[in-house]
Structures are given as structure tokens and as C-alpha cells.
Design a protein around this ligand. Structure first.
Ligand SMILES: NC(=O)c1ccc[n+]([C@@H]2O[C@H](COP(=O)([O-])OP(=O)(O)OC[C@H]3O[C@@H](n4cnc5c(N)ncnc54)[C@H](OP(=O)(O)O)[C@@H]3O)[C@@H](O)[C@H]2O)c1
Length: 260
């Protein structure tokens, strides 16, 4: 399938590792010029060097998506370096396991900031550039828990539901201008985020044992997904082949999520 992405310009937040890095790799592989950001300077630099080897224009910067000023500066610098923005992938985020009893106001606020407000602020900052693009796209990386709540991931469930509403409502508002806004809902995908959860919850289990146990309980396909199983869908949604898709929520979750 020809995605026609060569020469497009994309921002991927949280592009230093995990799903974000895989999406950035997929996009540069399709000929897209890419900007990534994350907080850890060494990881940003390593990811930037790796992506630059493809020969595409690459902007890699340290920026915290919960800080409005850093978001503004990053998006402006990215647009300057790439010569505009066609695609915004709102991917940065972090798992925040916890039940209602265990979560403090600060936990809730932190989770809301990194999940919902990061999408709001990055989109607001990128919109003037997206509006001048011939094929503007916003892709929000969310979670199956948004529609399939789990008390063990209480804040994630509530705040990702808000993120889905953000996707749907924004798709309606920007539809008349041709800006397409979609969400990818992740189930369980092997990334550094999950390795951190394993270390906290079951340090005695190997990665393989830990992932198999979780998958056996929750995932019809019986396994965690890979980052490449997400990145291809992101590239498709960014492409001309998805030109009539907006406000869609695509589950990449191995069948996880008991809803219709
Ligand atoms: N993996 C899964 O199974 C799964 C399931 C559901 C949803 N998701 C969502 O998918 C997205 C990617 O997750 P992942 O599993 O790839 O996580 P990951 O491996 O932990 O990577 C997260 C990325 O986001 C960056 N990031 C985190 N907080 C940030 C902040 N405040 N500002 C800027 N960058 C920030 C991280 O870098 P720094 O820490 O250096 O900033 C890193 O680059 C997240 O939104 C996550 O919630 C993942």
C-alpha cells in the first residue's frame, strides 16, 4: 500500500522510547521529517541520533509536555526545523497504576496533566501549523481502559475516557477545516513502561512470566503486543489512505476490552 507520506512533517511527543520511538521510526521509514521530545536528555539524544541515520530531517528536543512554555517552544522549534507540521502524534504519557483508595489529589492532577492536558496543549500549539498543511492529522495515543475501566488503573481509566471525548469533540470542530483527529487505544504493549510496572509489582518474575500472566487473564490473543503492531496503524492514520477517517477510535489491543 502506498502511504504517500514522503516529505510530510510530524511531531511525535514521547518519541525517545517505547511506542513513540517506534512511531517516529515508522514515519522516518516512510520518508517523513520528524520532531520528537521527552524529558530525559540522554534518551532524547540517543533516539535522535538513531532516527537521523535515516537521512530525514530530525529535530530531537528535551521538553516536558506538562509544561505549557516548554510545549510552545518545542512546537515552534519543530515547525521551524521541519518547515511546518502536517502530523501531530500525542503519545507522551505514563502509566499510573492505583486504586481509588490509594490515589491522592496530586496523583490525579499529575495523571490528568500528562494525559489530557498534554494533548490539549500540544494540539493548541500545533494547530496554526496544521491549518496550513494539505493533509493535517492529529493522532492521540490512548488506552483501552478509557472504555473498559479497571479499578487497578483508576486514574488512567477516568482520564483516558476524557482523552477519547477530546478526540471525538475535536474531530467535530476541526472536520470542516479538513483536520483529521483520531485515537489509537492501546491494550498491553511491551515497552519500558511495563518493565517499570513489573519491577514494582513482581520483581521475582521474569519479563516473560509477568507478561504471560497478565495476557492470559486479559487478552484474547494471549500475548502482549509489540510496538511495531502500533506504529503501522499510526502511519496509516497519518496517510492519504485514511483521508475519510476522523473521530475514530482504533483498538490495538489483541481483542482486549469487553464492549461493542
Ligand atoms: N504500553 C502500553 O501497554 C500502553 C497501554 C496503554 C496506553 N499506553 C500509552 O501509550 C503511550 C506510550 O507509552 P509507552 O508504553 O511507550 O511508554 P514509555 O515506554 O514509558 O514511553 C513514554 C514516552 O513518553 C515520554 N514522556 C513521559 N512523560 C513525559 C512528559 N511529561 N513530557 C514529555 N515526554 C514524556 C517518555 O520519556 P521521558 O520519561 O524521558 O519524558 C517516553 O519517551 C503513553 O501515553 C501511554 O500511557 C501504553
Amino acid at each position: 500500500m502506498e502511504l504517500n507520506l514522503t516529505g510530510r512533517r510530524a511531531i511525535v511527543t514521547g518519541g525517545s522510547k517505547g511506542i513513540g520511538l517506534a512511531i517516529a521510526q515508522e514515519l522516518v521509514g516512510e520518508g517523513v521529517d520528524v520532531a520528537i521530545c521527552a524529558r530525559n536528555p540522554a534518551e532524547v539524544e540517543t533516539a535522535g541520533e538513531m532516527l537521523r541515520r535515516t537521512g530525514r530531517t530530525l529535530h530531537a528536543a528535551v521538553a516536558d509536555v506538562t509544561d505549557p512554555e516548554q510545549v510552545g517552544a518545542f512546537v515552534e522549534d519543530a515547525a521551524d526545523t521541519l518547515g511546518g507540521i502536517d502530523i501531530l502524534v500525542n503519545n507522551a504519557g505514563a502509566a499510573s497504576p492505583g486504586s481509588f483508595d490509594s490515589l491522592t489529589d496530586e496523583d490525579w492532577q499529575r495523571d490528568l496533566d500528562v494525559k489530557l492536558f498534554s494533548q490539549i496543549r500540544c494540539t493548541r500549539a500545533a494547530l496554526p501549523y496544521l491549518r496550513t498543511s494539505t493533509a493535517p492529522r492529529v493522532i492521540n495515543i490512548n488506552s483501552v481502559y478509557a472504555k473498559y475501566p479497571d479499578p487497578g488503573f483508576f486514574a488512567t481509566s477516568v482520564n483516558r475516557a476524557a482523552c477519547l471525548n477530546f478526540t471525538k469533540t475535536l474531530a467535530q470542530e476541526l472536520g470542516p477545516e479538513g483536520v483529521l483527529v483520531n485515537s489509537i487505544n492501546i491494550g498491553f504493549v511491551v515497552t519500558p513502561q511495563w518493565e517499570n510496572i513489573r519491577r514494582r509489582r513482581a520483581p521475582d518474575l521474569s519479563e516473560e512470566e509477568f507478561f504471560s500472566q497478565w495476557a492470559a487473564e486479559e487478552v484474547p490473543l494471549g500475548r502482549f503486543g509489540t510496538v511495531e503492531e502500533v506504529s503501522g496503524i499510526a502511519a496509516f492514520l497519518a496517510s492519504d489512505r485514511a483521508s475519510y477517517i476522523t473521530g475514530a477510535i482504533v483498538d490495538v489491543a489483541g481483542g482486549m476490552g469487553k464492549y461493542v
